[in-house]
Design a protein around this ligand. Structure first.
Ligand code: UT7
Length: 331
């Protein structure tokens, strides 16, 4: 068989049942539905309860949803990648646990930490594993339990984030459909603007770090916003140019759901038509590595074979990029 490309051939997803609304948040911090909706576009987000279920719980559910829809025996899976910033434990591998629990007994597995760009970077990794010719079925999952690292007394972060997981299967494609090109970048100086300071090797957990709330996510939102808009727009423009594509040839832009105003700014910058940009932030908030596959999960019915999709993301690190993928199947 001639492997020309690695294509997405199935999609699955899972969001927890518990809904945290803007009205709920009004009871918790000094905020308002009006502020949250107008500044972020978010109406509600899902929260994993009990939190002790861990990110693997959602990743397993998303994978099982995919396996059922695709009628796939997990024994056929060669590799499981879990893109996450909120693994079950610092050690050991969440992906290993997910692979075992779903019955992927012939697979190896690893976690990929790329913050909000984790799934985008994972698409690159999944595709490269397929193109090596050694692996035929790679399960890529983006999953994050952001509620486990959010300070619910900090109104600048607690209104934004939510929990969820999405999964895709990458397989060889002989027609040349699938991942075509990508521009992936990092800028490590960005870690001052978006971070969880404690719990790593630089500042291990201690009574002091807990007392000082240093295990929670801290973000300088305005700075991150500016970098997100400019870098995602530039990465998209580079991918379009390299592939000799005009924006009108793109069927859908699948962008990281961090803030509706970021999506609007990218749309304005690229002069996109309103229905080119897929959006579901109003229901889930920012689910970090899960936003891209959850968009695919929600909009799978609208995706048709040969359509041209642009993926883009931006996150902690900083990490960002854009990928060009042609869709490989009709539902
Ligand atoms: O996914 C990873 C990448 N992350 C992102 O891309 C996030 C990028 N950043 C953002 O989405 C936005 O910056 C935020 C949604 C985080 C904040 O929105 P903003 O429009 O940039 O607000 P701001 O930080 O400039 O704050 C404006 C005002 C401040 O009050 P003062 O100082 O002007 O009196 C904040 O204290 O809004 C206040 N504020 C709030 N007010 C009501 C901040 N959060 C809230 C809140 N409710 N929840």
């Amino acid at each position: 068989m001639t492997t020309k490309n690695a294509a997405i051939t199935a999609v699955g997803g899972y969001v927890p049942e518990h809904v945290l609304t803007n009205a709920d948040l009004e009871q918790m911090v000094d905020t308002s539905d009006e502020w949250i909706l107008s500044r972020t576009g978010i109406k509600e987000r899902r929260i994993l309860k009990p939190a002790s279920l861990g990110t693997s719980f959602m990743a397993i559910k998303a994978a099982q949803n995919l396996l059922k829809k695709k009628n796939l025996d997990p024994i056929e899976i060669d590799l499981v990648i879990v893109a996450t910033t909120t693994p079950d434990m610092p050690v050991s591998s969440t992906a290993a646990y997910v692979a075992t629990e779903i019955g992927a007994d012939n697979a190896f597995a690893y976690d990929l930490q790329g913050a909000c760009s984790g799934f985008l970077f994972g698409m690159s990794a999944a595709s490269a594993h397929i193109l090596s010719g050694r692996y035929k079925k790679v399960l890529l999952i983006g999953a994050d339990t952001m509620s486990s690292v959010i300070d619910y007394t900090d109104r600048t972060t607690c209104v934004i984030f939510g929990d969820g997981a999405g999964a895709v299967l990458f397989e060889p494609n002989e027609e040349g459909l699938g991942l075509q090109d990508e521009v992936l970048r990092v800028d490590g100086s960005g870690r001052t603007f978006l971070k969880i300071e404690a719990g790593g090797s630089m500042l291990p957990a201690s009574k002091e770090t807990v007392a000082e709330n240093k295990h929670f996510l801290h973000q300088e939102g305005r700075q991150v916003f500016k970098f997100a808009v400019s870098n995602m727009s530039a990465a998209i423009e580079q991918v379009l140019k390299r592939n000799d594509l005009s924006k009108d040839e793109i069927d859908f832009v699948i962008a990281h759901q961090a803030n509706k105003r970021i999506l609007d700014a990218i749309s304005n910058h690229l002069d996109l038509k309103p229905d080119q940009m897929l959006i579901n932030i109003e229901r889930y908030g920012n689910t970090t590595a899960a936003t891209l596959p959850l968009l695919l999960w929600d909009y799978e019915d609208q995706l048709k074979k040969n359509q041209k999709l642009l993926f883009t993301a931006f996150g902690g690190g900083f990490t960002w990029g854009a990928s060009y993928l042609t869709w490989a199947y009709n539902t």
